[in-house]
Design a protein around this ligand. Sequence first.
Ligand SMILES: NC(=O)c1ccc[n+]([C@@H]2O[C@H](COP(=O)([O-])OP(=O)(O)OC[C@H]3O[C@@H](n4cnc5c(N)ncnc54)[C@H](O)[C@@H]3O)[C@@H](O)[C@H]2O)c1
Length: 436
Amino acid sequence: MTQAGVTIKPAQGKLGVLLVGLGAVSTTFVAGVEAAKRNVRKPIGSLTQLGHIRLGKRTENRNPMVKDMVPLASLNDIVYGAWDLFPDNGYEAALKAGVIPQDLLDKCNEDLKNIVPMKAVYDKNYCRRLEATHFKTETNKMAQAEALIKDIETFKVNNNCDRLTMIWCASTEAFNTLTDTHKTVRNFEEGMKNNDPSISPSMIYAYAALKCRVGYANGAPNLTTDCPALQELAQEMRVPLSGKDFKTGQTLMKTMIAPGIAARYLSISGWFSTNILGNRDGEVLDDPQNFKTKEESKLSVLDSILQPDLYPDLYGDLYHKVRIEYYPPRKDNKEGWDNIDLVGWLGMPMQLKINFLCRDSILAAPIVLDLVLFMDLAQRAEMKGIQEWLSFFYKAPMTKKGLNPIHHLFAQEMKLQNTLRYMVGEEQITYLGLDY
Ligand SMILES: NC(=O)c1ccc[n+]([C@@H]2O[C@H](COP(=O)([O-])OP(=O)(O)OC[C@H]3O[C@@H](n4cnc5c(N)ncnc54)[C@H](O)[C@@H]3O)[C@@H](O)[C@H]2O)c1
């Protein structure tokens, strides 16, 4: 059935992308966008830039590009802002991260140098591995939020932006649990005034964004907006939210392979995943409290895909273990190993080994681009609160209370595509096909 579609405001004027954290992922994102604009690199890995989408029946042969089907902001209209715990500009940060090849760094050095980070909101308890030098002097959390709101407003005026969107590309915070403070906006605001330790810096950024009617995407596994108070605020301010934790590397592979094994009703007795990683992200994750946040996000994936409650004979005894080892020589070039112990017909054991020599920020950067463009689209379409259709990009997708997240990559892709079709009033594709 064809839907009426939704009203989407045009993508006119400049879109300010506010990056929390100007490290490996953020600088690689900027370099890739600038390289695509100059036509020196293709935006490989970006759905919004390269993807096509089927519309109507297979016989219609309608496969427009996603960016021609929905009104997305043009790359030429993006301007960047950032906050970081260190004063390095984008060029210096990129040099330290060591991800971008020198020829490309030379081509976009001005674009990167022009990104000078604003002073961060910092709480040592949430990131013990980094000795910050560039942070706000306000010590009260509400005052910190007000300082961020001022930063956002000043950035918007100075850069002549029509719209803004914020994305957390900063270090993973130490493990945090929800308390009564996170239950309502009122409690949360009281908590900020009283410097409640359970309010982390990422929550303060998110609060400031929402108060300014700026959408907030969360690239790390910290809870941040995955709490009732900030979801209530997003509804009140009519702002989209999405998260958590960019789906790259090993988890991306897991959400491609596990659905295939499950579709053939093969049993899995064990899945051991380990990584070596030598960038600053790896250094922060070397702290057990920060790793615990990541571990929760990485472990949640298999249960939802394999459904051991429904299939106790196949997955009831599955042993799932995930490790990340900080190993500086590898820098951003992460290597992931997976060993999957499978069991088949007659109870016979088999093994599958995966060795993925990936590049962390190279996989994450196009996701940043897709997320900021889709979050801006959602906001122009008045889609407020959790944007579950963006689960495709996340390891630990946020859902409304009472809904189980979908982790299966191709189910997530279908959901994303059907949402885009819905937005422009195109028919949903169910793959029924009986009418052919
Ligand atoms: N690269 C990937 O494949 C991938 C996948 C999933 C999630 N992530 C997450 O993305 C985030 C960024 O990764 P990265 O490799 O760019 O890390 P990075 O260490 O290179 O950069 C993070 C930056 O955030 C800054 N920072 C930390 N706390 C801050 C705060 N409170 N305010 C402002 N800045 C702050 C740090 O100083 C650092 O410069 C990490 O949380 C990581 O776990 C990355």
